[in-house]
Ligand binder design. Structure first.
Ligand SMILES: Cc1cc2nc3c(=O)[nH]c(=O)nc-3n(C[C@H](O)[C@H](O)[C@H](O)COP(=O)(O)O)c2cc1C
Length: 346
């Protein structure tokens, strides 16, 4: 396998700069472990179910990777910071799970006070006897956020999330290509690697991001279409059926399911359906909520929630996550080779 070597692959000790994003309700230990097995880096998302469930997911990742400890394994844990902020003392118990297991990386996003969690992780590491240092990723969508994360918090990796992204994100995010170029201009070469996220579906997209100056990519929606993701068959079927105009940015699904604590300016990209249309048409929220929870139980694509990025129409196959990483890697290598052949000496 040809290598793609970037500052990110050096930092993470992986063969390819392909990351599976942490996805609430979708990425557990099986997915993260399989991505690590395929040569990439897999994030599992700390769910809403507390520390014990997170320990179980880490154990699944460990056994998938067939390693005795997670210390050098190519997996990390994602946290939604506003949920930590609302969680009181139990949030520290949750955050300590990856720290105590010496997991390689932690990914933070969507907080009102992200810097507080970065400081907590750094303080924890400073007091360790074993010298382990957690690699901190922060997901963001503007130059201002990137400069704060790089200069004030001194995080290790900047995840640039464009407007095309599936799942939650900043409603005012620029398109990914613009965002990466803006960050490449202001983040010094020796600064934290930039990882591109949003709407990426294939190896050509990965090659494009690397060409722009990103050191890696984080893909979410593409990894929903793996047997290892926690999405249901009904959700996967809806993703495969989706076309280029099927997604919408909306807060409708959060209203329908009652997850309202997101910081100001955050909404999410999902497949458009009747739940969104009803709320836009002024149908009373109680009626929408009732129909929505029924639809979730029945796997009804006309109303259920399926988060998806804009690249979804280019995805038409369920594939094992390890094989998918290898395929994306080979495609990216082929595209980069082809691109370099366009250049000729003067
Ligand atoms: C189902 C789903 C759940 C997500 N959950 C989270 C999450 O819990 N934390 C987070 O930081 N990002 C989350 N995201 C966003 C991803 O981190 C990433 O930015 C996004 O998936 C990239 O866009 P793509 O889906 O088009 O590849 C989620 C995305 C999806 C599709």
């Amino acid at each position: 396998m040809s290598s793609l070597t970037t500052s990110l692959t050096h930092l993470l000790g992986v063969r390819t700069p392909i990351i599976s994003a942490p996805m609430a309700g979708a990425s557990g230990g099986a997915l993260a472990g399989a991505v690590g097995q395929g040569g990439g880096f897999g994030f599992l998302q700390a769910g809403y179910n507390g520390a014990e469930k997170l320990k179980e997911e880490l154990e699944t990742a460990r056994s998938t990777l067939k390693v005795s400890s997670l210390e050098h394994a190519a997996i990390g844990v994602g946290f939604i910071a506003w949920i930590l902020e609302e969680g009181g003392p139990s949030s520290f118990d949750l955050l300590k799970v990856p720290l105590q297991n010496r997991v390689k990386a932690i990914w933070l996003a969507f907080g009102n006070d992200l810097g507080r969690w970065v400081s907590y992780i750094r303080d924890y590491d400073r007091q360790r006897a074993d010298g382990h240092k957690t690699i901190i990723f922060v997901q963001l969508s503007s130059v201002e956020e990137a400069l704060t994360a790089a200069n004030d918090w001194k995080v290790d990796v900047l995840v640039a999330q464009g407007i095309e992204s599936g799942g939650h994100g900043r409603a005012s995010a620029p398109p990914l290509l613009t965002l990466i170029s803006s960050l490449v201009e202001v983040v010094p070469k020796e600064g934290p690697p930039i990882v591109a996220a949003g709407g990426l579906a294939n190896g050509a997209h990965i090659a494009a991001c690397l060409t722009l100056g990103a050191s890696g990519v984080a893909m979410g929606t593409r990894f929903l279409l793996t047997p290892e993701s926690l999405y249901t068959d009904a959700q996967r079927k809806a993703l495969i059926a989706a076309g280029p105009n099927s997604t919408i940015r909306t807060f409708a699904f959060d209203r329908a399911r009652g997850t309202l604590g997101w910081p100001t300016g955050i909404d999410g990209r999902a497949l458009m359906n009747q739940t969104v249309k009803d709320l836009e048409a002024g149908v009373p929220i109680e009626d929408v909520q009732q129909a929505f929870s029924q639809a979730v139980q029945n796997g009804d694509p006309n109303r259920m929630l399926v988060w998806a990025g804009t690249g979804v129409s280019l995805m038409n196959q369920v594939k094992g996550a390890a094989a998918l990483v290898a395929e994306l890697h080979q495609e990216a290598v082929a595209h980069l080779r082809r691109a370099s052949q366009i250049v000729s000496a003067a």
